[in-house]
Ligand binder design. Structure first.
Ligand code: AMP
Ligand code: MG
Length: 335
């Protein structure tokens, strides 16, 4: 009895004295069509791994709610397959992100548009084997006729309808950011204070890396070496849209997956745009919107948005930085 108590005290002491050192706990999963790496800076590996597991499950459920490709029965696909005038109830997360997307559509003067599904499908950049020839003017016109926010009607609450049978929602430019935000929120709920979720180069940071900031490199749209890097701490997201992600070259011209909703053609003002702001959802949507706009128009918008910074590599490969970005971005020596 007495010996038992001594043992219990010794055990208690040893568990109090021994502490795991702070280190990176890392896991990689295939989610959202890309490799997603989770890095948690922690002194409790078991807790970090359980938190990563939970966050990745939540990100997977976001993917299932928004995907318009696989044959999942979600509210986006029910809307996309519905006939004109049919009323479809979206789920709360889809309805919420649609409303946020419509706001960004207005703020970006139509450069970002969540109702481009038919146009995106016609170009087929998201298909495993996309076409290697540009779309004809006729097919672009047909797709534009059924695409765009004007084809969408809010009914009430989470109920929506559309004007044309072929009108389709597409959250490809914002859902990855939303999933990253949900993943970070889940890590926080699990008690994690320092982490990065990096989905194929688009990422959100939580806290810091010991006494150092997290270092984030930005990819150059044409060269192998990085364009430069940021030193960032606390809650920030970095998302890039680029013409190198999904593209083909036809008669020396590059055709890629970010489309100008006004012309129906791949946007031709920039090679890449990187956005830094707290929310990964906003960083994702705005990197796409700014990619479509010319630098001058986009820069004016960015300077009017508090806490959102951007950098552009324009079509001539010239680097442009918003005023706040100049203070936190370090270009590589070559630039
Ligand atoms: P991102 O790589 O985040 O710039 O998003 C590109 C994806 O968003 C494309 O693969 C399409 O699914 C969709 N998309 C293309 N152009 C636009 C646009 N102008 N506005 C909104 N979504 C778009
Ligand atoms: Mg985007």
């Amino acid at each position: 009895m007495c010996l038992g108590r001594v043992c219990a005290c010794v055990l208690l002491l040893s568990s109090c004295q021994w502490q795991e050192p702070w280190h990176d706990v890392q896991e990689t999963r295939f989610l959202l069509g890309t490799l997603v790496s989770f890095t948690v800076y922690s002194n409790d590996e078991e807790k970090a791994l359980a938190a990563i597991q939970q966050a990745s499950a939540i990100m997977q459920s976001v993917e299932q709610s928004f995907t318009s490709f696989t044959d999942v029965d979600n509210s986006v696909q029910r809307f996309n397959h519905a006939l004109a005038g049919e009323v479809i109830t979206l789920t709360a997360d889809v309805d919420g992100l649609l409303r946020q997307s419509l706001q960004i559509q207005q703020q970006s003067l139509g450069a970002f548009d969540p109702v481009l599904g038919a146009l995106n499908q016609a170009w087929a950049f998201s298909e495993a084997k996309n076409q290697q020839k540009p779309l004809s003017a006729d097919l672009i016109e047909q797709a534009l006729n059924v695409s765009g926010v004007l084809q969408l009607q809010a009914v009430s609450g989470m109920k929506w309808t559309k004007n044309k049978n072929q009108t389709q929602l597409d959250f490809g430019a914002i859902a990855k950011g939303f999933a990253i935000d949900q993943g970070i929120q889940s890590l926080q709920t699990s008690g994690i204070e320092h982490a990065i979720i990096n989905a194929g180069g688009d990422l959100r940071i939580l806290g810091n890396h010991g006494d150092k900031a997290w270092k984030v490199a930005v990819r150059h749209p044409r060269l192998k070496q990085p364009l430069g890097w940021f030193d960032i701490e606390d809650d920030s997201s970095v998302v890039t849209s680029g013409d190198y992600e999904r593209f083909f070259v036809y008669e020396s011209k590059r055709y890629h997956h970010i489309l100008n909703p006004k012309t129906g053609q791949p946007a031709d003002k920039n090679m890449s745009v990187t956005v830094l702001t707290a929310s990964a959802t906003l960083a994702d949507a705005w990197s796409t919107a700014l990619f479509v706009l010319d630098v001058e128009t986009g820069l004016k918008m960015v300077e009017n948005m508090p806490d959102l910074e951007a950098l552009w590599v324009d079509k001539h490969q010239v680097l442009h930085l918003s005023s706040g970005m100049k203070k936190m971005f370090f270009p590589s020596k070559a630039h």
